[in-house]
Ligand binder design. Sequence first.
Ligand code: GLN
Length: 484
Amino acid sequence: MELWELTLQQMIGQLNSRCISSAELAESVYEHTEKTDKAVKAFITLADKDKIMEQARLCDTEAFRGIKGIPYGLKDIFCTRGLKTTCASHILDNFIPPYNATVVNKLNEQQGIILGKLNMDEFAMGSSTEQSAFFPTHNPWDLERVPGGSSGGSAAAVAAGEIPFSLGTDTGGSIRQPAAYCGVVGLKPTYGRVSRWGVIAFASSLDQVGVFSKTVTDCAIVMNIIAGHDPLDSTSVNIERPDYTRFLNADIKGLRIGVPKEYFQQGIQAGVKEEVKKALKFYESSGALVEEISLPHTEYALPAYYLVAPAEASANLARFDGVRYGWRNTGKDNILDMYSHTRAEGFGDEVKRRIMLGTYALSSGYYDAYYLKALKVRTLIYQDFMKAFENLDVIISPTTPSTAFKIGEQIGDPLTLYLNDILTVPVNMAGLPGISIPCGLSDGLPVGMQIIGKAFDEGTILKTAYAFEQNSGFHIKLPHPEVI
Ligand code: GLN
């Protein structure tokens, strides 16, 4: 077994017992990534090898702790001091932040090593990573397919073994959906659980930072580092962070699982339904209580999301005006032309579509009919979940209606592309935590199972996921042997 193949937990164990050195690990990881990423194209920016090796050698001179000397990746939406942060947009393609996002500082304190910045849909708007202004990322299970999005680079890099874990963001499904398509673990924590400070904003009432990893245990380890209150983020909640690894035991007797009938209806591929139903059988046979439930307002979640998210995006993206950050058109002789040409040249089509949708929904005369209405629908969706959780511990569904689709197949049809998030968006609208874990294969492609929990109850989600993972062993399957 090569060192890059180890899980985070195994890397920690072997570094701690001095079976391996950080330098050996970094060498193995870097070489594998350089080779593999020619095909997968997960990284926008790969850190310089000499710098990585220097950091690793320095770690070897000190006692091991935390994740010292372990390489990891960041979606290119996290500000990193001195390291280019593009959000996969031309408008930021020369932006070097002067500070780190809080989560990056937390990982730095543990002396993790940033291997690089990962590809994504521009400003996190998309479901396939084809909307990156630079290049599409390829799914390691089948290079002709998308890795999902918007955090597609973060998911593909973990699936291809390029890094043991990465961070992404999830506004409507951008962690869980690519995790499902790439056969890795992807957790979107409760809104407010992890700091968003220093993370480039898309839709501030929905965005949440989360983890991609090879196993559920690794996810718990990273959550222990990144979760917790941050005074710099006024939406981060000041409650105690539990030790997430303590939830990992396989006894799920008596666990109450709800299965929403609306999440198994039309448009869900037969192979996806089948694998999730098999997983539900496992839970039943392990003593969990599985019952069908209804979340009656599910069908309104996606249309409401496509008003709320673009509305917030149109406000957040107003700051990219050519004055303060990144790209500026310098050929104009007045400021209004400079603004409009900078934005016209800097933003891609999907971002412009969202800005137009958002400003329209917020404009006077339409605000009540669209934006306010969407907020009322959001409350109904939240109430559906609250009612269901009166008698349940978790809710289980497929993560996505299908497995990964082909590159180019949906790009010309935004509405079809939006439907990929139909099963993940309601969770963001309600601010709840959700995980996607691999639960099987359909025609050789990974199927994701979504486990949704009560607010701030990531522990029960991790426990439920862990029990299945221990039984299935699915997480040790690797994609595409010719690629990795
Ligand atoms: N695909 C959804 C969108 O395009 C969700 C994106 C996300 O979660 N960042 O808005």
